[in-house]
Design a protein. Structure first.
Length: 210
């Protein structure tokens, strides 16, 4: 399922991309970000704690929109759905991932940065795409250029996005949301400085909310 309706419904188009090393940090971190006014989170599967982190966050905040990121295989896709992920994000796309996505109603955001990759996604029925790694793949200028041949496509860029350049992306008509890791600094998580993360999320939400 295309993720366009889901992303368009967000009150704040900035999605924190979070990495959970310690499971006990999952719920407090999610609570801080959600209390700060952000409406969706993406939990990466880069650590062994990723799947259980999604399960615990969904149990604590059943109405929150929680995605699974860095999904690179059929097994990862299926397991992410099983633990309750509301949307699936991949850094690229393969025939296997597209085929797996068709088996579920959970919105899928495949990755694409080149014209050929965008065309492949469109052939599969997807017009909302992840653009990763954003800054090293041409950044906002590249995404703006893709609006010409692909006016129906909208992107969620991730990778290298910071408070200093987030407005460059969100100002583009073909960007529906951005993903960023700056909202959950590892140092603040390790020290359990949740209130500082609340304030960070609050200032971001205030600056970027639609």
């Amino acid at each position: 399922m295309d993720a366009r309706n889901l992303l368009d419904s967000l009150s704040c188009p900035v999605i924190p991309v979070i990495v959970i090393d310690q499971l006990d940090d999952a719920v407090p971190l999610a609570e801080a970000l959600l209390c700060g006014g952000l409406s969706a989170l993406e939990v990466t599967l880069r650590t062994p704690a990723g799947y259980e982190a999604i399960r615990r966050i969904k149990a604590a905040f059943p109405d929150a929109v929680i995605g699974a990121g860095t999904v690179c295989s059929e097994q990862a896709y299926r397991q992410a759905v099983e633990v309750g992920a509301d949307f699936i994000v991949a850094p690229g796309a393969t025939e296997t991932l597209y085929r797996t996505a068709q088996a579920f109603s959970v919105p899928f955001l495949p990755g694409a940065v080149t014209g050929s990759e965008v065309l492949s996604a469109l052939e599969q029925g997807y017009s909302s795409l992840k653009f990763f790694p954003a800054e090293t793949s041409g950044g906002a200028l590249a995404i703006r250029a893709l609006a010409g041949p692909f006016p129906e496509v909208r992107f969620m860029p991730t990778g290298g996005i910071t408070p200093d350049n987030v407005s460059d992306y969100l100002s583009l008509s073909n960007v529906c949301a951005v993903g960023g890791s700056w909202l959950s600094p590892r140092s603040l998580i390790e020290d359990q400085r949740w209130e500082e993360i609340v304030q960070l999320a609050r200032s971001t939400a205030a600056a970027t909310s639609l």
